[in-house]
Design a protein around this ligand. Sequence first.
Ligand code: AMP
Length: 278
Amino acid sequence: MGRWAREGLRAGRSTGFVPTMGALHEGHLSLIRRARRENDRVAVSVFVNPAQFGPKEDFQRYPRPFRRDAALCRAAGVDALFVPPAGALYLPGHETWVEVEKLSRPLCGAFRPGHFRGVATVVLKLFQIVQPTRAYFGEKDFQQLRVIAKMVRDLNVPVRVVACPTVREPSGLALSSRNAFLGSAERQAAPLLQRALREGARAAASGRNPAAARRAALALLARMPGARVEYLAVVDPETLAPLSRGRAGGVVAAAVRVGKTRLIDNARVGAPRGGGRP
Ligand code: AMP
């Protein structure tokens, strides 16, 4: 992988990079297509990063349909597919970590201690190896996108971070590798998450009280059978701090547990279907 990266740099060719954990779907493919359009070469990594999973999380059962992923990458015109074994990426005695202190704390960070430290560390490691010109991330994982953009800025990483809109099923459910874990009743209920977030985003329009927006969204989520809300917050798109007044560009973000599956999603205030750039 390092040799491929150096060859591209020497030849003055741009590289678009899409880091993933595999089990690729249309969301990932939309990032890959955009990388394909905007760069001379495209690299995709598939790595289920142990450092970003908690001890009780789904690292072991995370889906790993490698042959299918490789075929999808080939069909999408990916030039390099990087699949490092965990033991090669984290050498024995690994002890260096990247921590984006404040942005990692709220929202998902409060429920997944160490998660964003694992994400920031592996993404910086992958950047060092792949040396991309641009790297593509989905807005579905909004906090992750902010954490990585901040890490790149704070550590002078020479990569352009490109935010890409969330790809959804017609029902509004955001595509996710974890949707495969949903039972059929859970899957039917899951689109309520985006509906609730959009309702919250509407209610958090300019000048309104975000507490009322939260209540409106939570009222809809209460109709989702078996759902447990971890958090639902109306936040500033840069700092992720709770907004004291609704405003366009604000983000309504939530994590919900449905059975054994944890779903996250968000919606932008003043933009339909959570679209728009951060
Ligand atoms: P993952 O494999 O879940 O770690 O995701 C890899 C990348 O794909 C991340 O930048 C995600 O934000 C992005 N991604 C995942 N699901 C979607 C989606 N439904 N729409 C757009 N991007 C997505």
